[in-house]
Design a protein around this ligand. Structure first.
Ligand SMILES: [Zn+2]
Ligand SMILES: [Zn+2]
Length: 331
């Protein structure tokens, strides 16, 4: 809200934002409804927060249609600013970076350099060897999900159909989806035709919907979220998302043992579902390193994970990065 009000109040703010593509005609009715409600609030907030009569005059002249179009442009071109551990901090518009296209298997990662009293700066680094002539890409969404889920999100939020290599890899989707077979001792999952990859059968476990609210750590241990996690295929996106959610709850409840055990069981899924050198994988490695070191168990494994986290962070963020320095200083 404050960001949009700033766009409006600065002389060249509106001109900068209106230079971007908004794709408004391609959004669904529901999305436009969301923009309209938000535009109402933004309109009022920009008048209320205007500090000079000139700003008030500009703000009061902004119609709802203009604000809806502005919000669409921001949603298409803005970046979620996050810290080195990939936790969201805010929102920003970076004109040049907004032109970089999406891939579900990107060859670059964006990161943000944050210094007090200065606007954040955005950096992009390649995370894989890029052959000459290849397009440089970043990912706009969580790329760990299945092709169908990614395509749905990209169409809904960014109004395009992705044609990247990963989007044509339906073999991989079988494992990312990971719907497990019900036959005793069979470790297969449902293939694209609905047959088990192990025994050829057609009976699969139903998906369990995890509960939305868990208040206490006792509830976590016996919750449907745990069942959801345990019933998920080891490389699946469900294993990754349910696992991350559980680890967060266990850490909140200071149940370090369960947090470490659960995190260990999500690492294979993270490496399979994400992309090589994703900073999210490095953060998971480092989190497990700290848990194992705190518990004083599996210290050799902890050292190995620390080293792997540092190697990824060096690629993503470079040697001057604070998190890279913190992770690498002990090996
Ligand atoms: Zn794609
Ligand atoms: Zn089977």
């Amino acid at each position: 809200m404050r960001f949009i009000a700033n766009c409006i109040h600065f002389d060249d703010g509106v001109a900068t934002v209106t230079a971007f593509v908004g794709n408004l005609p391609h959004f669904s009715k529901d999305e436009i409804q969301t923009f309209t409600s938000l535009a109402n609030m933004v309109g009022q907030f920009s008048i209320y927060s205007a500090s000079t009569p000139a700003e008030k005059t500009i703000a009061s002249k902004l119609g709802n249609d203009f604000l809806v179009a502005l919000l669409a442009r921001l949603s298409q071109n803005g970046f979620t600013i996050s810290d080195d551990e990939c936790q969201p901090l805010g929102f920003g518009l970076f004109s040049n970076a907004a032109m970089v296209n999406h891939s579900c298997a990107p060859n670059m990662v964006a990161s943000f350099h944050l210094t007090p009293h200065h606007p954040p700066s955005l950096r992009m680094r390649t995370v894989t060897a890029v052959p000459a002539g290849d397009e440089l890409t970043i990912s706009y969404i969580d790329v760990g999900a299945t092709t169908a889920a990614r395509q749905e999100e990209l169409a809904k939020s960014y109004c395009f159909t992705c044609n990247c290599n990963r989007c044509g890899d339906f073999e991989r989707d079988i494992w990312v989806q990971g719907t497990m077979c019900r036959a005793v001792n069979c470790k297969g999952v449902a293939d694209a035709q609905g047959k088990c990859t192990g025994c050829g059968g057609a009976a699969f476990h139903a998906t369990i919907s995890p509960p939305l609210v868990i208040d206490t750590i006792q509830e976590v241990a016996s919750s449907r979220l745990v069942k959801h996690f345990q019933a998920s295929y080891k490389l699946s996106h469900t294993r990754l998302t349910a696992g991350n959610e559980l680890v967060m709850r266990y850490i909140d409840g200071q149940d370090w043992n369960r947090a470490a055990v659960t995190l260990k069981d999500t690492l294979d899924a993270a490496e399979f579902c994400l992309f090589p050198n994703s900073p999210v994988i490095a953060v998971a490695f480092y989190k497990l390193t700290k848990l194992l070191e705190y518990l004083e168990i599996e210290l050799e494994r902890a050292a190995g994970l620390r080293q792997r986290a540092a190697q990824i962070l060096l690629v993503c963020y470079g040697k001057d990065n604070a998190l890279y320095k913190e992770v690498s200083e002990r090996w």
